[in-house]
Design a protein around this ligand. Sequence first.
Ligand SMILES: NC(=O)C1=CN([C@@H]2O[C@H](COP(=O)(O)OP(=O)(O)OC[C@H]3O[C@@H](n4cnc5c(N)ncnc54)[C@H](O)[C@@H]3O)[C@@H](O)[C@H]2O)[C@@H](O)CC1
Ligand SMILES: Nc1ncnc2c1ncn2[C@@H]1O[C@H](COP(=O)(O)OP(=O)(O)O)[C@@H](O)[C@H]1O
Ligand SMILES: [Mg+2]
Length: 281
Amino acid sequence: MENYILLDKTVALQRIKPIPENTHKGTQGHVMIVGGSYGKIGSVCLSAKACLKAGAGLVTAYVPKCGYEIVQTVVPEVMVLTDDYTDHITSVNHKLTLNAIGIGMGMGQNADVQQAMFHFLKMNTVPMVIDADGLNILSENKEWLEMLPKQTVLTPHLKELERLIGAWNSHSEMLEKVQSFSVAFNVVVIAKGAPTFIVYKTSVFENTTGNQALATAGSGDVLTGIVTGLLAQQYNPLDAAVLGVYLHGMTADIAAPEIGYHAFIASDIINYLGKAFLTLE
Ligand SMILES: NC(=O)C1=CN([C@@H]2O[C@H](COP(=O)(O)OP(=O)(O)OC[C@H]3O[C@@H](n4cnc5c(N)ncnc54)[C@H](O)[C@@H]3O)[C@@H](O)[C@H]2O)[C@@H](O)CC1
Ligand SMILES: Nc1ncnc2c1ncn2[C@@H]1O[C@H](COP(=O)(O)OP(=O)(O)O)[C@@H](O)[C@H]1O
Ligand SMILES: [Mg+2]
């Protein structure tokens, strides 16, 4: 296949940038992570913390009211804005100047949430990563895909991908369908699995890091936080996706000989992220 690239250390090294010595939190990028609903605020905590650990300067979580104390307690470094409603998001109102937005994890898909997503997409021009229920809502309303800012990053696992592009009969057909989808809507697609593929138009990157330790709740939420954090630091969307996937997988590769596959949880991806970055120093 044309433009088929194995995403290894060499490819990652070509894309990583050093953090300037004289930078400050205001220039490291401000991210808003939008998501959560009653019982699924943890997904936002994981995403927001991962985003900070990927180097973002400021992170604000936008959650329903029930998430306020949870996020403030679990991740004190993260600022919190709340929706007017208690259990789920009904609108995305903010006056922040943002560099990137990650949206969808734990958000649910009821009618209020879908309306909030529609009005948000109609006005938003900030670079975006869309995950989980954000993707499921787009699958239910495919005409909304036209509203996405160019090179929006979508992070479906294979089930979410099927909802978005329809079923496929072979691996090569899946990649062809993702490529056509990427061209049609000018989006970067992270097709998550074992392995993960990053597709932008005709380019396909096959990731070489990661292992079965990542098969654990919240590991995708963490990936969304990492990619959004990189996007806010002025990586272009494809580079943010490529580097984010590589580093996310690397955490599990570093952890495997130390703690094995069973006990590794999504918070460990966050804990090992520093060591993963160090492999690219
Ligand atoms: N602590 C939390 O608050 C958590 C919240 N989460 C949220 O829970 C909501 C539901 O997410 P789910 O992903 O479980 O729901 P989905 O219904 O989208 O996906 C799960 C289903 O897809 C199937 N599937 C097939 N191939 C798969 C693949 N390669 N990877 C994953 N699943 C595959 C699974 O077997 C399962 O039936 C999302 O909003 C998500 O963000 C989850 O991220 C888990 C942690
Ligand atoms: N066996 C595996 N090998 C490598 N990576 C895996 C494996 N299982 C899961 N992953 C990775 O873990 C993440 C799971 O994402 P997702 O299904 O969205 O989780 P969640 O919604 O619970 O956060 C993806 O990045 C996926 O590539
Ligand atoms: Mg997920």
